[in-house]
Design a binder for this molecule. Structure first.
Ligand SMILES: [Zn+2]
Length: 121
């Protein structure tokens, strides 16, 4: 039987406690992230239903969010198709596209508002 020092026993206990905490807290963290994402999507939908396009004056609405989702998904497919070996770390910069005129907006989460994209998005 191998000899175990007090330091070795303490380190083993600490690892056990950390593993138990990880197993117990992981579902809580995953649920919290899911709730946060759902809350942000609700806020974005609500803001889109009130926001008037700065170019044409039309209300963005849910259609603008869907259109941006489609455009972003196509953009990501294109990137993955062109550079299949690249692991992308991309920050989404288009969250709404005006269904009337095509003006693009970025969601500013902290302010809970849409801001027009610069020329490059
Ligand atoms: Zn517009």
């Amino acid at each position: 039987m191998p000899w175990r020092t007090a330091r070795g026993i303490a380190a083993g206990a600490a690892v056990t406690v950390l593993v138990v905490l990880l197993v117990v807290l992981l579902p809580v963290v995953v649920a919290a992230v899911g709730l946060s994402v759902a809350r942000n999507v609700r806020r974005m939908r609500a803001a889109a239903s009130r926001f008037s396009c700065r170019t044409c004056g039309a209300v963005l609405g849910a259609q603008a969010l869907r259109r941006a989702d489609e455009v972003w998904a196509a953009h990501m497919r294109e990137l993955r198709g062109k550079y299949p070996a690249v692991r992308w770390r991309v920050v989404r910069h288009v969250h709404a596209i005006c269904p009337a005129c095509g003006a693009r907006y970025r969601w500013h989460e902290r302010d809970g508002a849409f801001v027009p994209c610069r020329r490059d998005c």
